[in-house]
Ligand binder design. Structure first.
Ligand SMILES: [Zn+2]
Length: 445
């Protein structure tokens, strides 16, 4: 996996960023389960060549291991526990403006592990709480199971009271991603004495929706959190792994002109027009993403300001641009190419975040694919447009496996996860734990 040494620049408190894997696009919705359709391989974001490559590598490893299934009684107990824990987690109104709830939801997780064989490490940075649950007080793990327990706001208070509608669990965070967190929590609790968890950690943070700077980024940078493999069910596609997630570059262009009265424009220099010509220069630098080709670098002119009145020549103007880029590009190269093209304005970086990428034949990815196949899911590798906290692990070269529970998209009004999908995720992870435990350790520093 590629490690491109990007860093965050000049993050002002105002640079709040919602980075959940939510492109807000119906084609990204995973409400159509891969279990019920083969259509996902036709999806514009399906990584078809890489899927073939991975499946060939998997076949080359030999016959899939015989892994024990849950008994019917175990499956009923697991379902009951996952539903109850999801309901508990959803009941916390854990949005970014409610720090007491962000703390309370982590307190709840800690309470669930009290009296168990696990060590619970609590962290807090500027009001953001995180928890690391593992067998020791180490921060250096083979396998990390990562989730966030913050959610985006929902105006309907009822959505914080999880309802069951047939197979659906409806509530804020059910899909993004308290259902998945409940599933991973139960997996850990049910395997307290299991050697498969000897060098594993369950990690929950509470600021993913605003960029993860005080949660996961702090665990990595301030507390030296390291992992060989990170499983993060915060992606866009049910069960299917995403092999790429774009990096982020938020830029501000500022053009300075010369003010004058609107009746004598020749006495000034119009900053808005100067800015717009630079914006056009930036747009000419790349073949930016379209609906037909969503996987390449994308461009959005998100905010423009300038000018005082109709009858004055504007002296300054500002544009903010949101660029997302695939793992084969770096923020540094994009930044310098844009800076080189500007004629009238200067460039500032507001936000910079790593892309996520995993090789189609990565050992841990193949283990995950095998676990999917064992549980009746024919895997397709995917590309994603959004981004998640997993990107903080890119720099250390961890194998990042991004996926999602079966359910609605994130951040939607009628957010849900299916009960059958959560139980299936549990069974997939139970097998994945067996397969991934003997992987070659990476040299973590
Ligand atoms: Zn999320």
């Amino acid at each position: 996996m590629k490690s491109n040494h990007l860093r965050n620049h000049a993050l002002s408190a105002a640079a709040v960023l919602s980075v959940c894997g939510t492109p807000g696009c119906v084609s990204e919705s995973s409400s159509v389960s891969p279990l019920r359709t083969g259509l996902m391989s036709e999806h514009p974001n399906a990584a078809q060549v890489e899927t073939d490559q991975a499946l060939k590598a998997l076949a080359f490893r030999g016959p899939t291991q015989a892994l024990p299934d849950l008994t019917d009684l175990q499956r009923i107990a697991v379902e009951h526990a996952i539903v109850a824990t999801t309901k508990d987690l959803v009941s916390f109104h854990s949005t970014k403006d409610k720090p007491d709830q962000l703390k309370a939801v982590i307190d709840y997780v800690e309470s669930r592990f009290q009296g168990t064989a696990f060590v619970v490490q609590r962290f807090e940075k500027e009001g953001v709480h995180s928890v690391v649950i593992s067998r020791s007080d180490s921060m250096n793990f083979s396998n990390v199971f990562l989730g966030h327990l913050d959610v985006v706001e929902h105006l309907d208070e009822e959505m914080f009271d999880l309802k069951r509608e047939g197979d659906k669990l409806v509530g804020r965070g059910a899909s993004d991603m308290k259902g998945a967190c409940a599933t991973m929590l139960e997996l850990f609790l049910n395997n307290q004495d299991d050697s498969r968890l000897d060098n594993a950690a369950l990690i929950f943070t509470t600021d993913e929706e605003v960029g993860g700077f005080r949660g996961l980024a702090s665990l990595i940078k301030d507390h030296n959190l390291r992992a060989d493999m990170v499983f993060n069910p915060d992606g866009a596609y049910s069960f299917f792994p995403s092999i790429s997630e774009k990096g982020i570059l938020h830029l501000r262009l500022t053009a300075q002109g010369v003010g004058a009265h609107g009746s004598r424009p020749w006495q000034g220099r119009n900053a808005i027009e100067l800015l717009m010509s630079d914006v056009q220069r930036v747009k000419g630098l790349y073949e930016f993403a379209t609906e037909a080709h969503p996987q390449v670098i994308s461009f959005n002119l998100g905010k423009v300001s300038g000018g005082e009145a109709t009858n004055s020549v504007p002296a300054s103007a500002v544009a903010q641009i949101d660029i997302r880029f695939p793992p084969d590009m770096t923020a540094a190269e994009i930044r310098s190419r844009i800076a080189g093209a500007l004629e009238n304005s200067f460039l500032e970086v507001l936000v910079e975040g790593d892309p996520v990428g995993i090789d189609a034949t990565d050992e841990a990815l193949l283990d995950y694919l095998e676990a999917l196949k064992t549980n009746g899911v024919d895997p397709v590798l995917m590309h994603e447009q959004g981004s998640s906290d997993a990107r903080w692990f890119t720099e250390q070269g961890a194998s990042i496996i991004l996926t999602k529970v079966d359910g609605s998209s994130a951040h939607v009004d009628h957010e849900y996860a299916t009960v059958s999908g959560l139980v299936k995720l549990y069974e997939i992870l139970d097998d994945f734990l067996t397969l991934v435990q003997d992987n070659t350790p990476k040299s973590r520093s």
